[in-house]
Design a protein around this ligand. Structure first.
Ligand SMILES: [Cu+2]
Length: 504
């Protein structure tokens, strides 16, 4: 193939050289002036033909490809402000289009009209005020129109939400090569973050767990679809952790640079759900072609359409992998999706050594634990239900002791107070309080520790008015493990306090 192209090129060069020689000879035969004039005429005509072909191709190709350009055909804007931006582009295209056509016609027409003709001389003009006025004022007016129009639209876009209209906030942090997408959770507030808190393994965003607003923030997994509610203003807070990225949602006409150290934002309101946009695409024949051209049986393209997020900055070799799918759904679908998400903190940080709140319980945790314990107690203390062996035991998950001692920590009182009220609810229930340890340390000391811990629970309950005839306390040391003593988790399971229902 390359060989053939080379031969063709060589032939073209040879032919050009030969034509040059022939015209040299012809010039000598006919005389230089006549030959020059003929050459000028041919060149001028050639330029005219080029002009016509060029303009027809430009306009024709723009028309041919209009359906794949944003703002035309099926790719109308899917956000409220997108129409402003599209109309700005159209105005700009309108003016620059006029200039484009006029300048090209003038350029080539002048080349034709003022080609060298024997006996014709150029006229000389020193100055023309009218001409100066026209070519200064017309562009000035057009530029002023475009700039003012752009400013007005820009302010409209960035004023969104300032009139008190509610909005949801979403954080997008770019890094090589992905986005961390963060939702606010129920408080509609993104928690504080600090680059000094960034830990690639446990806290890639550097969220500050001491800020209460961080605790319910939801961070999407790397391949999760970004969900947005339709007809709701979204304030997108954009930042970067390493190099420049650009947060680009082409269908919503949103594009904002992600700059390290400089948080930026953008507000926009999606107006069409993904499904509605697909239905619009469906009307176009090219969107009914198979999604996979090699498989005519594959779904039509419109069914496979998705809004997408792209990084619009060439940020490195994995740049392409920053693409994410964006899905716009109804408000109710969005709300139920959001309600099903667990916050990053509760999923990954709560109770670990990175948790600054590990010595406290949150009100919702106290509430949830109360419900859980009550449900278990209700089921097991019901005189009607027969309990099989082992089923008569309830583990007190929220009873905590000081390390290595039997002293009850304050946090335990929530759980124990619940036990008090449940015992009052079921006056016939009698309980054995059982203490257990793991196998670390001396057997006898473990036995003693577990007995003291059970005694302390006993004393607390009696102190709250439960009759001592309904309670007994016994330490079992390390004799009844429920998990493996070989792992930290197993040992944690084994260190526990239980209730056993003796009678009911
Ligand atoms: Cu990027």
């Amino acid at each position: 193939m390359t060989f053939i192209v080379l031969i063709i090129l060589a032939l073209i060069v040879i032919i050009t050289i030969q034509i040059g020689r022939i015209s040299d000879l012809a010039t000598k035969i006919r005389g230089e002036e006549v030959a020059n004039e003929q050459q000028n005429n041919r060149s001028a005509l050639g330029l005219l033909i080029f002009l016509v072909v060029f303009l027809v191709l430009c306009i024709g190709s723009a028309w041919y490809y209009k359906d794949v350009m944003l703002g035309y055909g099926p790719l109308t804007s899917a956000s409220e402000h997108g129409f402003l931006i599209d109309s700005m582009f159209n105005w700009t295209l309108f003016f620059t289009g006029i200039v484009f056509v006029i300048t090209h016609i003038a350029l080539f027409w002048f080349s034709y009209k003022y080609r060298e003709v024997r006996g014709r001389k150029a006229s000389f003009m020193a100055h023309d005020t009218t001409l100066e006025m026209v070519w200064t004022l017309v562009p000035a007016v057009v530029m002023a129109f475009l700039v003012v129009r752009g400013l007005v639209d820009w302010n409209k876009i960035f004023d969104a939400g300032k009139n008190g209209e509610g909005y949801i906030e979403i954080g997008a942090t770019g890094y090589q090569f992905a986005w961390d997408i963060r939702y606010t959770g129920a408080d509609n507030k993104l928690g504080a973050k600090d680059f000094r808190l960034i830990d690639p393994a446990t806290n890639s965003l550097g969220l500050d767990w001491k800020d209460e607003a961080s605790l319910d923030d939801i961070v999407l997994g790397g391949s999760d679809v970004i969900m947005l509610p339709v007809d709701t203003l979204v304030k997108m807070r954009v930042s970067s952790k390493d190099v420049l990225h650009s947060f680009y949602l082409p269908h919503f006409r949103v594009k904002m640079d992600a700059v390290p150290g400089m948080p930026t934002y953008f507000t926009f309101k999606p107006t069409k759900t993904t499904e509605e946009f697909r239905q619009e695409l469906r009307k176009y024949p090219e969107w009914n072609e198979p999604y996979d051209p090699s498989d005519p049986e594959s779904k039509p393209r419109w069914k496979e359409f998705n809004y997408e997020l792209a990084c619009a900055e060439l940020c490195g070799k994995g740049h392409y992998s920053m693409r994410r799918i964006v899905k716009v759904v109804s408000k109710s679908e969005y709300d139920s999706w959001l309600a099903g998400q667990k916050s990053f903190y509760l999923k990954n940080i709560r109770g670990t050594e990175n948790d600054p709140h590990k010595d406290e319980l949150f009100p919702f945790e106290i509430e949830n634990r109360k419900k859980e314990l009550t449900a278990e107690f209700d089921a097991k203390a019901n005189p009607e239900t027969a309990l099989a062996a082992g089923e008569d035991i309830i583990i007190l998950k929220h009873v905590f002791y000081n390390t290595g001692s039997a002293g009850l920590r304050d946090l335990s009182k929530h759980e124990l107070d619940n036990v008090v009220s449940l015992m009052n609810k079921y006056p016939n229930v009698k309980l054995e309080l059982r203490g257990h340890t793991d196998n670390v340390g001396d057997d006898d000391l473990n036995m003693k520790l577990s007995q003291e811990r059970a005694d302390n629970v006993y004393n607390y309950l009696v102190g709250k008015g439960i009759s001592d005839s309904r309670l007994s306390a016994k330490g079992y040391g390390e004799t009844m493990p429920i998990g493996s003593n070989d792992t930290a988790e197993g040992r944690q399971e084994n260190r526990r306090t239980e209730l056993r229902i003796i009678s009911k």
